[in-house]
Design a protein around this ligand. Structure first.
Ligand code: FER
Length: 284
């Protein structure tokens, strides 16, 4: 009897790990350091008219090394946190350097990365009380700005693939919550979703994934990660627990000794990006 109970226990464990998998090793040394001996992508600042906000809004756009107007690229929308703006990732997370280095090693699918400002309000700077209710609300309003203003602008300005399977959304903290909310809430628009250290703006799991079978069928990749020292880990954990219970494959990475900082987010980006737009996306 004892043996049966034990085997049942291990079977359940096995079943659980199939639906939420830890991704090992930290990024290799130097992954985020500028290399002079390789080709570099390019960063543009774009300005788009937002009907949602009623202003002209800024975003940064990274085009990869070897970028050509004659090719068509998938797009990653990469979102910042509550204290940031469109330059936060660029200044502190150096996605352009991480991506240049990955391209030099042939480890990344060519893609365009858009770094928006996710605080969709007239004054969208991270000044004053960044926790003020109207500023927090602006992170939710960004869903309309993104879908109706920014994505159409990017699609008419850059040579990009326009279907859901070639559009990804990921972000850190408030941007992680936005990515889970907007990505899982608009599966007709996004097939690749990543939430890094997602914040309390993350919707409840039942609201994020009301129809697990449909989410499972449509998603190419759902990635969640958080440091084990981060107070916000409960928002990632409760989502992963629900997905495990409802058999929606996803990656859930808990970073040992990980805090709420760019050390974690750069590492997350390094690993997440390499899965994008590849068949390796979703664990079986
Ligand atoms: C909160 C704690 C953290 C919150 C937001 C955050 C809106 C966001 C942190 C970040 O983006 O780094 O209670 O409420």
């Amino acid at each position: 009897m004892k043996q049966i109970v034990l085997s049942a226990f291990f079977l359940v464990l096995l079943g659980l790990t199939a639906f939420s998998q830890d991704v090992e090793s930290p990024a290799p040394q130097g992954f985020d350091l500028l290399r002079e001996d390789i080709e570099h992508g390019k960063i543009d600042t774009i300005v788009y008219a937002s009907e949602t906000v009623g202003t002209n809004r800024k975003a940064l756009v990274y085009t990869p090394p070897g970028f050509s107007k004659n090719k068509h690229y998938p797009v990653l929308y990469l979102l910042h946190g509550i204290g940031g703006d469109e330059k936060e990732w660029f200044n502190h997370g150096v996605p352009h350097i991480i991506f240049d280095n990955l391209y030099a090693e042939g480890k990344l699918k060519p893609m365009i990365v858009v770094l928006p400002n996710g605080r969709a309000m007239k004054d969208d700077r991270a000044t004053g009380n960044i926790m003020a209710p109207d500023k927090v609300q602006a992170f939710a309003t960004f869903e309309q700005d993104l879908l109706n203003d920014l994505i159409p602008f990017v699609e008419k300005t850059y040579p990009v693939k326009k279907d859901r399977e070639h559009r990804a959304i990921a972000g850190l903290s408030m941007g992680g919550g936005q990515s889970l909310n907007f990505g899982l809430g608009n599966l007709d628009k996004f097939a690749w979703v990543g939430g890094f250290s997602s914040a309390p703006n993350t919707k409840a799991p039942e609201e994020l994934v009301p129809d697990p079978a449909k989410t499972k069928e449509q998603l190419k990749l759902l990635w969640m990660s958080c440091g084990d020292q981060d107070n916000l880990i409960r928002f990632s954990k409760r989502t992963s627990d629900y997905l495990v219970a409802n058999q929606v494959p996803h990656i859930y990475q808990v970073i040992p000794d990980g805090h709420h900082d760019f050390k974690v987010w750069k590492d997350n980006l390094y690993h997440f990006a390499q899965l994008l737009f590849t068949p390796a996306g979703m664990p079986e």
